[in-house]
Design a protein around this ligand. Structure first.
Ligand SMILES: Cc1cc2nc3c(=O)[nH]c(=O)nc-3n(C[C@H](O)[C@H](O)[C@H](O)COP(=O)(O)OP(=O)(O)OC[C@H]3O[C@@H](n4cnc5c(N)ncnc54)[C@H](O)[C@@H]3O)c2cc1C
Length: 285
């Protein structure tokens, strides 16, 4: 099991923002995850788990403790529509496999750049489809013990205990015509390209959509589309995305987030809530 010291977290973040983590762990198997968790518990190391880092904002000061990323723990086992996937498997490879095997349901999620673990934790969704709908069981580690859960899901949230590290997810997909799947994939990719700043450094939607509202539309309505703080800018393509135009710092993003929240509250009476996870420099061990 390899540990990396002073790892620059910006390399683990689609925002390309973040200072150094004291330690980065990249376990490749469930046994290695267990080894990491034993070390953490023995040495009382503060820790956080991420997948591909496409929905997080790391601190400019980095992280004092251990960041665990699952990106090297990939792989699936299939029995028809029942699929067990390690949490570091990319959502896109799961979708491609589904297409080959004729079992589907999550084609609408094409283009979400994260891992299976991140998609389950966040209940990632798009075009009316959410990850949680297909999750049967989740296996992982909580407080040093292996646990199996059948979580409920809410909008952009799995109801799993805090500190639960997802190691493997069991999905159930349904037979779907290949032609139909290809059509959905094509259409969703097209819509995504048209409506999202895909070539830019971002962490996806920054705010949750308030009930019955679109956060992007609210931000646009209050005149902040395209507004920048340092190199952190509200995307001119989709106002719920903040993009890093060069050397944005977490501080710039957070100031922009604060300004957006104030402005939307002032003008619309709606308090936006962050969807991205802000990971501070220090957390409790
Ligand atoms: C261009 C772009 C487009 C996007 N479009 C969408 C979209 O359409 N819909 C959508 O919902 N999201 C979207 N996102 C956001 C993001 O890709 C998803 O939320 C994705 O599921 C996050 O996966 P990840 O592996 O990157 O998770 P990370 O960003 O690494 O982590 C996200 C959260 O999940 C937790 N987590 C990750 N892995 C585990 C694990 N194994 N065990 C326990 N907790 C874990 C982390 O602690 C963190 O709280 C987009 C992002 C980008 C950059």
């Amino acid at each position: 099991m390899k540990y990396y010291k002073n790892f620059p977290l910006r390399l683990l973040s689609s925002f390309r923002i973040g200072g150094n983590a004291d330690i980065l762990a990249l376990p490749e198997t469930p046994e290695e995850v267990q080894e990491v968790m034993e070390k953490i518990s023995r040495e009382r190391i503060p820790w956080v788990v991420v997948g591909r880092g496409t929905n997080v904002l790391f601190s400019d000061e980095g992280f004092r403790g251990m960041v665990i990323s699952t990106i090297r723990m990939r792989g699936t086992r299939r029995e028809d529509g029942r699929v067990k996937a390690f949490s570091g498997t990319s959502l896109s490879s799961l979708i491609s496999q589904n297409l080959r095997t004729g079992f589907g349901g999550i084609e609408e999620l094409v283009g979400i750049p994260g891992t299976v673990g991140g998609a389950v934790w966040m209940n990632a969704g798009s075009f009316g489809v959410e990850t949680g709908r297909f999750v049967k069981r989740v296996r992982g580690i909580l407080d040093g013990e292996w646990r199996e859960e059948r979580p409920e899901f809410e909008y952009r949230k799995a109801l799993l205990p805090s500190g639960f590290l997802i190691v493997e997810v069991e999905f159930e997909f349904h037979p779907r015509e290949r032609k139909e799947m290809e059509e959905v994939l094509r259409e969703c990719v097209k819509r995504r390209k048209r409506t999202q700043p895909l070539g830019e450094k971002s962490a996806g939607c920054v705010f949750r959509n308030p009930p019955g509202e679109s956060a992007g539309k609210l931000i646009e309505d209050v005149g902040l589309k395209g507004f920048c703080m340092g190199d952190a800018c509200v995307s001119a393509v989709h106002a719920n995305f903040i993009v890093n135009r060069g050397n944005a710092r977490a501080k710039d993003v957070l100031e922009l987030v604060k300004l957006i929240k104030e402005r939307v509250y002032e003008k619309k009476g709606i308090l936006l809530e962050e969807e991205i996870r802000v990971i501070p420099e220090k957390v409790q061990a």
